[in-house]
Design a protein. Structure first.
Lengths: 116, 115
């Protein structure tokens, strides 16, 4: 079965550079979430999209932006990278129009970003 | 706001020992509760879930019961294996409008099982 695909798997950048992370949700999943997990930390919610519009916003820095495209894939753009941005970035997707608490959420394997 | 508190690790057990990882939560409504597992170098995988009070989630020998009266969702396994070594995250999710469910995670508990 298809899963959530994230690319790249690993990314190394230097301070003040920019990075773009991509997430391809499971087919027919309309909702995408981004989470950031620092070393030894719990995942922190960044932002989510539903039907190509931002639906919720968490602790996403102003230096970051994200969008969901017409094919429902999403990109997280990160500018002026800082050392503290080094983390594992997870994307998750869920089916369209969740109606109940039985909504399913599927995580990708993450992109490991290292800022040097 | 919502929060999840789980026991701090690391937890080291011998193979076939009994496992309990405590998890309590604070939520404004009626959240769904989850346990996720993260194996070294991999992403989060859903281990089990419960969507309402007194529900029991179970998978791969792991169990957790949604206790509304004690706001708890403790993870248990009767006999752990070396392959269970991973980090376990307790999480809750509430609907936040516009089709968005936001997950709130605990800090994670690292489990190491030794032969």
């Amino acid at each position: 079965a298809a899963g959530v695909i994230q690319s790249p798997r690993h990314l190394i950048k230097e301070k003040r550079e920019t990075a773009t992370l991509k997430c391809y949700p499971i087919p027919r999943h309309d909702t995408v979430y981004w989470y950031q997990q620092g070393p030894g930390q719990d995942p922190q919610f960044l932002i989510s999209f539903y039907e190509k519009m931002q639906s919720d916003k968490g602790s996403i820095p102003d230096r970051f932006s994200a969008q969901q495209f017409s094919d429902y894939h999403s990109e997280l753009n990160m500018s002026s990278l800082e050392l503290g941005d080094s983390a594992l970035y997870f994307c998750a997707s869920s089916p369209a129009r969740p109606q109940t608490d039985n909504e399913k959420l599927f995580f990708g394997s993450g992109t490991q970003l290292s800022v040097l | 706001g919502n929060s999840v508190t789980q026991m701090e690790g690391p937890v080291t057990l011998s193979e076939e020992a009994f496992l309990t990882i405590n998890c309590t939560y604070t939520a404004t409504g009626y959240p769904s509760l989850f346990w996720y597992v993260q194996y070294p170098g991999e992403g989060l995988q859903l281990l089990l879930k419960a969507t309402k009070a007194d529900d029991k989630g179970s998978n791969k020998g792991f169990e957790a019961t949604y206790r509304k009266e004690t706001t708890s969702f403790h993870l248990e396994k009767g006999s752990v294996q070396v392959s269970d070594s991973a980090v376990y995250f307790c999480a809750l999710r509430e609907y936040s409008g516009a089709g968005s469910y936001q997950l709130t995670f605990g800090k994670g508990t690292k489990l190491s099982v030794i032969p």
